[in-house]
Design a protein around this ligand. Structure first.
Ligand SMILES: Cc1cc2nc3c(=O)[nH]c(=O)nc-3n(C[C@H](O)[C@H](O)[C@H](O)COP(=O)(O)OP(=O)(O)OC[C@H]3O[C@@H](n4cnc5c(N)ncnc54)[C@H](O)[C@@H]3O)c2cc1C
Length: 290
């Protein structure tokens, strides 16, 4: 890693100037948990790294207004998982962040890095999909807000232009009638990238009865996907363990996985259905209290 310039800007304006100066020869470094692996394995090389750890504008977790929470790009998975505001208003995201990597990875890895890497296996992304979050992007032309579903263009590809960066994410708050879960399957319990993940949010109308159903799967398509066939099958229907098993099998229709080192196409399809079924069964018992 010798010969790389490292800049530590103190403001967003300084960061944008550096991005413009270096162009594609520079990369932003946040926690470094993805980027340093790429450098070490010589998958990519840059002339400069721009460390955004001292930029105040990308830090913090707060109420943006009475209906939204704002999470700065530099917020770590550990900070998000332990934030009372996130746990109360977007528990599915706190839950997903709590399942990333290991304590060390959660203490360094950031939500901005997880989104910008644009991996279909990024664990915060299915949670952000079901929360219908937006990504706040800043660049030379100012700020733009992109719905999370429109941010990704393929594996490791996003709408971020070379001189732009992620400032934060804006999340509509869920009220207390909403119920949610995030589940992932990895090769082991910790330090495992997801083979399949699923995030679920819905309004609980009574035992086994859900509306405003939102389901997203990770690692089963070139980007994270919303499973709209499954959502329509659950919305407004009375679920019991048998119908939950039936609707979970519909995940086959929404998922288009590939075979890779972590799992075959067929295994991923089956596991997507199983993860959803497990999650729905756990919700059925919680929804008794709705
Ligand atoms: C051992 C190990 C286990 C892991 N386990 C998991 C896991 O279980 N789940 C999971 O989802 N991920 C996992 N990861 C991947 C990684 O930890 C996460 O994706 C993490 O959130 C990346 O954040 P970071 O701050 O470290 O990003 P960095 O490595 O600093 O950056 C990643 C990429 O994003 C860009 N970037 C960073 N911040 C911004 C920004 N604000 N604006 C624009 N571009 C930006 C960088 O230029 C770089 O291209 C694991 C990684 C390792 C090494």
């Amino acid at each position: 890693m010798t010969g790389i310039n490292v800049a530590i800007p103190k403001s967003i304006d300084e960061t944008l100037e550096l991005l413009e100066k270096w162009g594609p020869d520079a990369a932003i470094i946040a926690g470094g948990t993805d980027l340093v692996v790429e450098l070490k394995d010589k998958l990519k090389s840059w002339k400069a790294l721009i460390d955004i750890g001292c930029v105040p504008e990308v830090r913090g977790i707060r109420e943006a207004d009475s209906n939204h929470v704002w999470i700065g790009a530099m917020s770590t998975h550990a900070e998000i998982a332990s934030s009372t505001l996130v746990r109360d208003t977007a528990p599915v995201l706190a839950n997903a962040c709590a399942q990333v990597g290991s304590p060390q990875i959660r203490n360094r890895g950031t939500i901005g890095g997880n989104i910008s890497t644009a991996s279909p296996a990024g664990d915060t992304i299915p949670a952000l999909f079901v929360l219908e979050a937006s990504v706040e992007i800043i660049g030379p032309k100012g700020t733009r807000i992109v719905p999370i579903e429109s941010f990704f263009q393929g594996p490791k590809k996003s709408v971020l232009a070379p001189c732009e960066m992620v400032l934060g994410v804006r999340i509509p708050k869920l009220d207390k009638e909403y119920i949610s879960f995030f589940r992932k399957l990895g090769q082991r319990k910790s330090l495992a990238i997801s083979i399949v993940s699923v995030a679920f949010v819905a309004k609980c109308q009574g035992p086994g009865l859900f509306t405003d159903v939102r389901v997203a799967f990770g690692a089963v398509a070139p980007t994270v996907i919303r499973a709209r066939t499954v959502e329509n099958a659950i919305c407004g229907k009375q679920l019991d363990p048998k119908t939950a098993e039936y609707v979970s099998k519909l995940a086959f229709r929404d998922c288009v996985p590939i075979t890779d080192v972590r799992g075959s196409k067929g295994y991923r399809e089956q596991m997507a259905c199983n993860l959803l079924y497990e999650g729905l069964l756990s919700l059925l018992s919680c929804s008794e209290a709705c």
